[in-house]
Design a protein around this ligand. Structure first.
Ligand SMILES: NC(=O)c1ccc[n+]([C@@H]2O[C@H](COP(=O)([O-])OP(=O)(O)OC[C@H]3O[C@@H](n4cnc5c(N)ncnc54)[C@H](OP(=O)(O)O)[C@@H]3O)[C@@H](O)[C@H]2O)c1
Length: 289
């Protein structure tokens, strides 16, 4: 496993996405298999409603596999209904749910606030307050690092005018149909980790098909004796971009982490880069003021 480092935080480049992994039994099964295959980073969110199931699973499975809390890296995200004054208490609730004394990284999930219109000026006011609360939680040792998610260039540039503690990571939609050069360049310039979500085309079967059934991706997969999913993940990882593929199937969990024994060549990368359509398969935050 490759590790990425920023601001003294070191995290595995590949982790498990957990959106839609609900119910304790499913969560337990997925976490146990993921840990056995070598996953050490887990991405959740307050809005996924699975923090508690994950916490219970970690509590039982880690000692069973001779692992400690410090061996894993947990990311969670502040929900749009927990911005500003609700942020700090919501972190404490996430810690309680996840059964942990600290969270490795907490992200602001979305630049907008639930209940506000996209062009409401209070979105900015609230996300500034939320960030300040994250800085407080960081200073008090509740969280080890701060990040943001779904921030576009404008949101990021704004953030750098008011933050005291720099964010370590930006989590954003990123796959061959949406190569966000402006955002990856911003992260490089500021020494931040860029983390891709929906690398396989989201959890919506039709969108996933658009990527795993893409002829270019399929041909490159055939050439390397790999699956389309492995090519999509490798393409990001080879650019030092972190990935968090979601799967609840044992064979997919195993395949998705088995990407460190081959390299894409320049021709493969060129072909994949040509697929860019600036197409969001998930959400587009550009409309949030
Ligand atoms: N910050 C945000 O706003 C945001 C937004 C979206 C996602 N995320 C995070 O990113 C994670 C990943 O993104 P995502 O959930 O949108 O979807 P994704 O990882 O792009 O794709 C997941 C889908 O691909 C399937 N799949 C997994 N491995 C496969 C393989 N080897 N071959 C074929 N199909 C495979 C999964 O089905 P099976 O379960 O059947 O394997 C699932 O339907 C999320 O779980 C979440 O943690 C964050």
């Amino acid at each position: 496993m490759i590790y990425l480092t920023a601001n003294e935080i070191s995290m595995p480049i590949l982790g498990l996405g957990t959106y839609k992994i609900k119910s304790f039994d499913l969560c337990y099964n997925v976490v146990e298999n993921a840990l056995k295959y070598g996953y050490r980073m887990f991405d959740t969110a307050q809005v996924y409603k699975n923090e508690e199931d994950l916490g219970k699973s970690f509590e039982i499975i880690l000692p069973k596999l001779n692992l400690k809390r410090e061996d894993i890296f947990i990311i969670t995200k502040i929900a749009t209904y927990n911005h500003a004054d609700k942020c700090y208490e919501s972190i404490k609730k996430s810690m309680e749910n996840l059964r942990t004394k600290y969270i490795d990284m907490v992200l602001i999930h979305w630049p907008g606030v639930k209940g506000f219109k996209l062009d409401d000026k209070r979105n900015l006011e609230y996300r500034i307050k939320t960030y300040k609360e994250l800085e407080r939680a960081y200073t008090e040792g509740l969280i080890r690092s701060i990040g943001i998610s779904n921030y576009n260039l404008k949101h990021l540039e704004e953030l750098f005018t008011y933050c005291t503690i720099k964010p370590v990571l930006l989590q954003s939609e990123f796959h061959p149909l949406l190569i966000q050069n402006d955002l990856t360049n911003f992260c490089k310039k500021h020494g931040m980790i860029f983390q891709a979500y929906s690398s396989l085309g989201t959890s919506d079967a039709e969108s996933t098909k658009k990527l795993v059934d893409n002829e270019t991706i399929k041909n490159i997969a055939k050439k390397h004796g790999k699956t389309s999913a492995q090519i999509l993940l490798k393409w990001a990882v080879q650019q030092n971009i972190s990935v968090i593929p979601k799967s609840s199937q044992v064979s997919h969990l195993r395949d998705n982490i088995d990407i460190f024994d081959f390299n894409l060549d320049e021709q493969d990368v060129d072909l994949i880069n040509k697929l860019d359509r600036n197409l969001h398969l998930c959400w587009n935050p550009d409309t949030v003021l």
